[in-house]
Ligand binder design. Sequence first.
Ligand SMILES: Nc1ncnc2c1ncn2[C@@H]1O[C@H](COP(=O)(O)OP(=O)(O)OP(=O)(O)O)[C@@H](O)[C@H]1O
Ligand SMILES: [Mg+2]
Length: 376
Amino acid sequence: MPFTTDRVRDPDLLAQIVEVSGDAIFSENLDGQITTWNSAAERLYGCSRRDMMGRAAADLLPEQTALQLRRLHERGLAGEAVERVDTWHQRPDGRHIAVSVTVSPLRDSTGTLVGLATSVQDVTDRVRLTAEIEDVHRTLEKQYAALGRSNRDLEQFAYVASHDLSEPLRVMTGFAQLIEKRYVKTLDETGRRYVFHIVDGAARMRTLIDDLLQYSQFLRSDRTAGRVNTAAVVARVVAGLETASVEVEPLPDVWCDEASLAAAMQNLISNALKFTSPDVPARVVVSAKVDGPQVQIMVDDNGIGIEEEYRERVFGMFSRLHVREAYAGTGIGLAIVQQVAERSDGRAWVEHSPLGGSRFCITLPLPPTTISLDTP
Ligand SMILES: Nc1ncnc2c1ncn2[C@@H]1O[C@H](COP(=O)(O)OP(=O)(O)OP(=O)(O)O)[C@@H](O)[C@H]1O
Ligand SMILES: [Mg+2]
C-alpha cells in the first residue's frame, strides 16, 4: 500500500503505535484527568487503564511520583520545553526507578491547548550501568594512582639507598686501602688475602651502587618523545665502542627520546660485543623492520646465545647468567632496555639469532607522520 501522510494521521494507527511503545505514554486534559494510558504505563505504574481513565494521576500513583509529574506538567503548561528530563519515580510497590520524562502540549485543530501528553522511559538499567561504569573508572583511577605512588616510592628508595650507601662505602674502602698500603709488611699472606677481598668487594659494591644510581636516575628522568634519527644514534653508539665490528643496516626514524634510545642501543650493542664465543670472530648486525605503526629494531650476534628458559629472566634488575669472572657487568643494562621499550608502549625480548647467537629486539613507535605516509 502506498505510503501517505493521511494514513499516519489515522487515529487508530496512532493509537496502535502509542499502544505498542515500550515507553509509558499517557495524556491528560486541562483538568488533570487521564484521557489515555498505554500498556507500558500499566506496566510501569502498576495501574490498569480502566482504573486510571478519567482519574487524576495523583489519585492512584504514589505521592512522590505524582508530585514529580505535577512539577513537570506545570513546567509544560507554562510553555517550557520538558524533554527527556531525568528524574525518579516511586512505583506502587515502593521500588524507586530512574526515568526520563518528556511532556508535550496537546492542541486541537484550532491550536488551542487541550491537554498534555507525557512519555516516561524507564532508564534504571542505563543509570545502573552508568553508575557501574563510573565505579569501575573510580577503582581504576585509584589503582593507577596507587601504582604511580608505589613506582615513585620505589624510584625514591633506589635513589636514596644507592646515594646513602655511597658514603659508608667510601669510608670502608679508604681504610681498607690504608691497611693494604701501610701494613702490608706486618700482615702475613692470609691477612693480605683478606684485605684484598675487602678492597675487591668494596669495588664491586661501588659498581653496583653506581649502576643502581644510574638506573634510578633513568627512572626518575622525565623524557619527552620526538622524532629520533635512529641511524645517527646507532652510529654514535658504535663510534664510542672500542670494537668497530658492527654492521648497521638502514634504520628508520622512531618516536622516542634520544637519550633513551641511545641508552638502549648502547646496552644491546655492548652486550652483543661482550657475550661472544671464544672460537669465532664476533659478528654483530643492527637492523630494523617496520611492522604497522611500530619499528622493530634488532641486534643480532653470533655469540654464546641464551637458553630459551632464561630469555625472560635476563631483563630483570641485576639478573645475570654468568659469573663476574667470565663476563663483567652488573645486570642492569637489559632492565634499562626494557624500561625504554615500556615507556614507549613497546616491547623488548630476545630470541635465537640466525647468526647463531642472540637476537635482541625492541619495538618503538614510528614517528606519527611516517605512519600516515607509509601505511595505507
Ligand atoms: N648478547 C647476549 N648474548 C648472550 N647473553 C646475553 C646477551 N646480552 C645479555 N645476555 C645475558 O643477560 C644478562 C643480563 O644482561 P644485562 O645487559 O642486563 O647485564 P650485563 O651486561 O651483565 O651487565 P651491565 O649491562 O649492567 O653491564 C647478561 O649477564 C648475560 O647473561
Ligand atoms: Mg649489559
